[in-house]
Design a protein around this ligand. Structure first.
Ligand SMILES: C[S@@+](CC[C@H](N)C(=O)[O-])C[C@H]1O[C@@H](n2cnc3c(N)ncnc32)[C@H](O)[C@@H]1O
Length: 179
């Protein structure tokens, strides 16, 4: 009898791990990337450079655990929008921003390729080389002049004429473009 209980618990545990893995890799299946967070110290140094003003709209497309958006809201009083497809990461982002008392922030459960980004002042993006090029085209089509796009780790070759700075932090390059 106890063996049956242990076996049942193991099956439930294995199923839980499988579901968790599927969600963690969901971004990969959608042509994006799995969850790999940006280092907190790099976020601090990077956002310091951006000169975000209170009330400006800051997006993180594929916001993971919400750390980048939360930093922009907490320290620069931006209006933060995180877009994420993984429900666990969304839940975590919502709970932790509530715990921190952040009100000017929302986490949207959506595939960001289907969103219009025309109200963005800043867009942060950490995905893959191919999706960075694709996003470059989307942003230039939809966003207004002055919108800043930060692509972590991947240069957007078709936006070379819009490059403001390529910042190196902790062996990772952050490509900053202004439309
Ligand atoms: C490399 S992680 C970056 C996380 C966060 N931006 C950071 O830098 O800490 C990429 C995230 O994008 C999410 N993602 C991938 N494709 C997506 C899509 N089409 N729409 C929304 N989120 C997506 C993944 O679930 C993952 O959490």
């Amino acid at each position: 009898m106890s063996e049956l209980i242990i076996l049942t618990l193991l099956v439930i545990l294995a199923a839980g791990v499988c579901v968790w893995c599927v969600y963690m890799l969901a971004g990969e299946f959608l042509g994006g990337a799995a969850f790999v967070p940006t280092n907190q110290k790099d976020i601090e140094k990077l956002l310091e450079k951006l000169k975000i003003k209170p009330g400006q709209v800051f997006y993180d497309l594929g916001s993971g655990d919400g750390r980048v958006v939360k930093h922009a809201v907490k320290n620069y009083q931006a209006r933060g929008i995180g877009v994420e497809i993984n429900p666990w990461l969304l839940l975590w982002s919502r709970l932790t921003s509530k715990k921190d008392g952040l009100t000017n922030i929302k986490f949207i459960s959506q595939d960001f390729w289907k969103m219009n980004l025309n109200n963005a002042d800043y867009i942060y993006f950490y995905m893959s080389p191919r999706s960075a090029e694709k996003l470059g085209k989307k942003v230039q089509k939809e966003c207004r002049r002055g919108t800043v796009l930060i692509s972590k780790a991947f240069e957007i070759k078709t936006m070379r004429d819009k490059l403001v700075e390529a910042v190196l932090l902790n062996d990772k390059r952050y490509w900053i473009y202004k439309i």
